[in-house]
Write a protein that binds this ligand. Sequence first.
Ligand code: FPP
Length: 249
Amino acid sequence: MENSLKKHIDRDKLPRHIAIIMDGNGRWAKQKGNERIFGHKSGVKAVRETVEAAAELGVGYLTLYAFSTENWNRPRTEIDALMSLLVTSLDKEIDNLMENNIRLEAIGDIESLPNKVKSNLRQAIRKTSPNTGMTLILALSYSARWEILDAMKSIAKKIESGELTAKEISCDHFTDQLQTHNIPDPELLIRTSGEYRISNFLLWQIAYAELYFTQTLWPDFGKEDLYAAICNFQKRERRFGKISEQVVS
Ligand code: FPP
């Protein structure tokens, strides 16, 4: 595309890890006079485009919030439809992941997912594990508080067994207990659909992430939207608590 924002992206300053709260599928479908699940189905195309664009640019890690712990409270029909969509998408997209050298991982309470989702997910993770390009992380049945509590329980057990003392617990130690222990923190967090919330997503890991909110509803999100978010990220001064002069020098 001639006017693509892609050419404005500095490949040496890409966010190493991008995390996305994909929101607005239901509203998108409603606007078109359709059932909510039509929005989720259309959201899969946006997932494909975004994953391909990020991998092609050279982004190291992309995390997608596909199903939260709180999403289990949705109507049963919507949950079932989302789970079937995950099963078919994992099946269909595996060749695409292989072609693009993408490694799949998952975070969340994977055990709580239906068996067919679990088996397709495990198969896709196993098959893509030798890939060396971008790591795509699906957050499924995920919530940050759940993850943090789980990490706390692991630490408490180590204290109980005498392996660790309370004094010894450091940020690094805590980070090591999280599901994301082998993944760098997100540098850019994108949320679609004009909502300004974090919704229990990666609360520990986004401490210094740049936040980017767009009005675009998830099914309409495409490559150019990703490029726009990255261009915006690259214009920001990341100070990590320091002053501007320190960062510039
Ligand atoms: C949020 O929109 C979206 C979800 C809860 C599900 C996201 C799932 C997909 C995009 C499809 C499957 C994903 C993969 C990775 C293959 P919403 O339903 O909350 O929309 P609303 O706020 O307009 O109601």
